[in-house]
Design a protein around this ligand. Sequence first.
Ligand code: 4G3
Length: 226
Amino acid sequence: MKIDVLTLFPGMFAGPLDESIVKRAREAGLLKLGIHNLRDWTHDRHKTVDDRPFGGGPGMLLKPEPIFEAVEQLASEQTKVILLCPQGRKFDQSIARELAQREHVLLVCGSYEGFDERIREALADDELSIGDFVLTNGALPAMVIVDAVTRLLPGVLGDDESSRDESFSHGKLEGPHYTRPAEFRGMKVPDVLLSGNHAEIAKWREQQAQVRTEARRPDLLGEQKT
Ligand code: 4G3
């Protein structure tokens, strides 16, 4: 799939998306990622992207012209255009799965200033937030979404990683996991995991996941979300 990102801070994207699994996916051609500087669609000497709000008040707003021109150039009919802002619907694993099915997604990063409302009305197919907090701009949320979506693309994860992922997509938190040594600084791995009894191990893991979810995320048990 192709993901384009429209941002005022393209430099922020060098690094996080050049490592690890996203790097591998890009090298394999499974993810085509385009990072675009919104200022490339300005026409004035100062590359102005913002202006003062009508009616007064503090701060500035992203003005419509550069974003309209950029989106019109970067998006086609089949593109899902998404604004990243704290007012958006909350991004989660099911939205990641939905986006991973798309041929083309365009992520439009705002800044702390916010968007002229006509950008929402005319250009956005959706608005997403990665959580109830405010950041200086939408670049980090865009990177979070790129990462979450990329690992769901067919062929990106190895068989081992994928099947592990599936076995924990029951809508519960993962329980505890252990690796060697069987005893570390006096802390022992639970006997059941060393028993070789696979039925008992499966039962224990399910019960641990339940206990942890009840304690930490009871909200996940009400609805059956992921
Ligand atoms: C638009 C997204 C953009 C309006 C963006 C702020 C947090 C998130 C911005 C606005 C952002 C998030 C840029 N901060 N929670 N800042 O996904 O008020």
